[in-house]
Design a binder for this molecule. Structure first.
Ligand code: TUI
Length: 315
């Protein structure tokens, strides 16, 4: 049995969060993960607060277990959602794509456990000082908006500078990855790409099929020129975007306009031509649809086996 401080802190059986994937992680997926013993997370993404309120209320009907809401801080509705989660007394808030320090006093006053995603030791320290209950150290192997540092380099460095528990994210999709995260000092993991193909995940089937078909080298990061690099599957759209970044006759405004709405086109419409299929580098290892429960039980029984034997390379 893996015993992590996160299990007691949050009232969960397994120290695993489902990533807050915008346009994808809704009440159905979050409740399935929470019912399976992990922490399911509803993604607010760029959605207005009415939509998010509806999803929170639905999740409360679908599970009696704790769940979280992810707030994407670049969203124009981030401040509205920040107030909403306090009103709805959500158990856990995770944040991404920015520094949540300004909201944290109010969230902590409402009894919310705040667990920011951080791409560096500096931001990890900052959010710990501001009252974070834990941090998610997310490496650049992840899908979506990414930092530069890899999971294997970032996680132990964050572990060394904070006292709160650290979850590892980026590049983890099986028991070996979970075991490795624990070896680096993490107390838990956050997984996105594998849960994208969970049976309870309502993303468009074209998106699931692309993840299942993807191989190890099938992701690309675009958007570095705009200051917010995004990892997605290689498609005609992401390759064309990449080429335009190096074409100085294309303005930043034109690039922003090209990217706007492209994740929604992939997740909701399954648009193979114009969609942005955000996914982590581990997509190559995600090969089948399963229920969230099957995924979690399979991963933890593998991780426990490995960790109890420490390593097959050591006697
Ligand atoms: O946020 C994510 N992943 C995301 S957000 C997203 S929606 C989006 N779509 C298009 C363009 C941009 C975003 C898709 N995937 N992961 C967590 C994460 N947070 N990764 C990196 C960060 C981060 C970056 C800077 C956290 C804090 C931070 O602070 C900088 C500062 O000081 O403001």
């Amino acid at each position: 049995m893996i015993n992590s401080p996160l299990c007691e802190l949050l009232g969960i059986k397994y120290p695993i969060f489902q990533g807050g994937m915008a346009w994808i992680a809704d009440a159905n997926l979050a409740a399935a993960v929470s019912n399976a013993g992990g922490l399911g997370i509803i993604a607010a993404g760029n959605a207005p607060s009415d939509y998010v309120r509806g999803q929170i209320r639905k999740a409360k009907e679908l599970t009696g277990k704790p769940f979280g809401v992810n707030i994407m801080l670049m969203s124009p509705y981030a401040a509205d959602i920040a107030a909403l989660v306090a009103e709805e007394k959500v158990a856990v808030v995770t944040t991404g794509a920015g520094n949540p320090s300004g909201f944290m006093k109010a969230w902590n006053a409402s009894g919310i456990k705040v667990i920011p995603v951080v791409p560096s030791t500096g931001i990890a320290r900052m959010v710990e000082r501001a009252g974070a209950a834990a941090v998610i150290a997310e490496g650049g192997e992840s899908g979506g908006h990414v930092g530069e540092t890899t999971t294997i380099c970032l996680v132990p460095q964050v572990v060394d500078v904070v006292k709160i528990p650290v979850l590892a994210a980026g590049g983890i999709a099986d028991g070996r990855g979970i075991a490795a995260a624990f070896m680096l000092g993490a107390a838990g993991v956050q997984i996105g790409t594998r849960f994208l193909v969970a049976r309870e995940c309502g993303v468009h089937q074209n998106y699931k099929d692309k993840i299942i078909k993807a191989k190890d080298i099938d992701t690309i990061t675009t958007g570095k020129r705009l200051g917010h690099p995004v990892r997605s599957l290689k498609t005609p759209f992401s390759r064309a975007f990449f080429a335009k970044e190096y074409d100085m006759s294309v303005t930043n405004e034109q690039l922003e306009a090209l990217g706007a709405g492209s994740l929604r086109l992939a997740a909701v419409n399954g648009d193979i031509e114009n969609g942005s299929f955000m996914a982590g580098q581990i997509a190559g290892m995600v090969n089948k649809e399963q229920t969230a429960l099957e995924m979690i039980e399979e991963m933890f029984s593998e991780a426990e086996k490995i960790l109890s034997g420490a390593s097959k390379w050591v006697r």
